[in-house]
Design a protein around this ligand. Structure first.
Ligand SMILES: [Ca+2]
Length: 465
């Protein structure tokens, strides 16, 4: 982003005051908003996102064959969401929702970005009308860094530097080789805008860069967006895990285990660095996965949930999601009301004493009052998903799912696996849910671009990224 004064930046972006002033005041967390506004002890913000992980593939969700002690430690040191959602069952739209705090269908980011057909490269990416979480935190005086997978547009005007980030290390497409990532020409690893000849296993390289970012900026307020592409295909594990997962008989899952372990260890290094520097207490750290596991593609396991990545069933959209902020949030809690990754921007803005964008609907909510117990109600009455002709609505425990020509109505309180269709039994609920969806849907716009298809002739099957 070009040099500009903070006042100019705020004016351009149309920021309004965030709700930090309404935060509850907690023991050990006195006057979060006031402290942030006074420029003292503002929490660092770290958002870690994984890619295509299975719902059941972490220890705190019952995983038995792969250990994830570091991801689990976030839940132990903070709050685990049992009904944590993302706003899309595939990668890029979820990131667009997370980045803006808005349902991405409001601005036409309904499908994955991908190798753009024809001359669409200039248009396929997070629309420039949108204000990002990095814009918000940068405007609040934070130094901002993105490490990992971008997947919000390839053209220069979509680059992280144009979307609020001061630093970037990663790649712009939806996936990348992990072993000897190299220079490449199609989708290079970039430091800023310059290709680098990366030699390290890519997940380890991202962990290294995240730790280095924290070291560089630990004495100022920072925002780190760490977007691992693990455990997305291609299935490539570090050599050091070659013999570690012999107990896993499924060959694909054995590699998946190595990839997941590398990411978990990397998250452990990030947490360890925060601890070593004495800033863990004052760091709001969120871990979320971007969409459900594509079980056939990467050997992931969605446990009791029906469906996979790309579907509107819970297996596509309900994800591992947790937060820790030792200074302000009591450790070891479990939070059951539905939350969604759209909540990350308003929550971070409030914690930072920042300002949410004005003149637009922000669908996410600041979760802090809910997580501290000050607000006992559910943060959301309804949640919505739409991807082309497929859609879903959750209202209370009822969920309407429309996949192709099939419609189902489920009660998630008694049927997390969405196995018992209630639409014949409860036509009243079905009708109400459809009406609720139509009302929301009427506020959304048509996709700016259609589904992206890979053009490389060597690709036999269309793959979701
Ligand atoms: Ca993904």
């Amino acid at each position: 982003m070009e040099k500009q004064t903070r006042r100019e930046f705020l004016k351009k972006m149309g920021f309004a005051a965030a709700s930090a002033g309404t935060l509850s005041i907690l023991p050990g967390c006195a006057s979060v908003g006031q402290t942030a506004r006074a420029g003292r002890k503002r929490p660092n913000i770290v958002v870690i996102i994984s890619d295509d992980m299975g719902y059941a593939d972490i220890g705190c969700h019952g995983c038995r064959d792969i250990a994830t002690p570091n991801i689990d430690s976030v839940a132990q040191n903070g709050i685990r969401f049992t009904n944590g959602y993302v706003s899309c069952p595939v990668c890029s739209p979820t990131r667009a929702g997370l980045a803006t705090g808005r349902y991405q269908q409001r601005f036409g980011h309904e499908y994955n970005t991908g190798p753009p057909p024809g001359g669409l490269r200039e248009q396929v990416g997070l629309p420039l009308t949108e204000v990002t979480i990095a814009d918000v935190l940068k405007s609040a005086g934070y130094v901002t860094g993105a490490v990992g997978k971008w997947h919000l547009g390839l053209a220069p005007h979509f680059h992280p530097f144009k979307r609020g980030y001061d630093e970037f290390f990663g790649f712009l497409h939806g996936g990348h080789s992990y072993i000897d990532p190299g220079l490449g020409t199609f989708n290079p690893i970039l430091r800023g805008t310059e290709p680098v000849d990366e030699k390290e296993y890519l997940t380890d390289a991202f962990s290294r860069e995240a730790v280095a970012f924290i070291e560089r900026h630990h004495d100022e307020a920072f925002f780190l967006y760490l977007a691992y592409n693990a455990v997305h295909t291609p299935m490539q594990a570090p050599e050091r895990y070659k013999d570690s997962f012999k107990h896993i008989t499924n060959a694909k899952r054995r590699v998946y285990a190595g990839m997941l372990t590398a990411m978990d260890e990397g998250i452990g290094k990030v947490l360890g660095k925060l601890r070593e520097l004495g800033i863990e207490e004052d760091t709001l750290l969120i871990f979320v996965n971007d969409n459900g596991g594509p079980t056939g593609a990467n050997g992931s396991d969605n446990g009791p949930l029906r469906g996979t990545k790309g579907t509107m069933f819970e297996g596509g959209i309900r994800v591992p999601f947790m937060v820790q902020w030792p200074r302000c949030l009591k450790a070891g809690q479990v939070y059951d009301h539905p939350v969604i990754a759209l909540d990350i921007l308003p929550t971070a803005a409030a914690a930072a004493g920042g300002k949410v964008p004005r003149g637009r609907k922000i669908d996410g909510v600041n979760l802090i009052p809910y997580l501290t117990g000050r607000n006992k109600r559910a943060p959301h009455e309804t949640l919505f998903w739409r991807s082309g002709q497929n859609h879903a609505v959750r209202k209370g425990n009822f969920k309407l799912v429309k996949m192709g020509a099939e419609t189902g109505l489920f009660d998630l309180a008694s049927d997390i696996g969405e196995s018992r269709d209630l639409k014949e039994e409860r036509p009243d609920v079905l009708k109400e849910m459809e009406k609720t969806f139509e009302k929301w849907n009427s506020q959304m716009i048509e996709p700016v671009w259609t589904r992206q298809r890979r053009k490389r002739k060597t690709t036999k099957k269309k793959k979701k990224t």
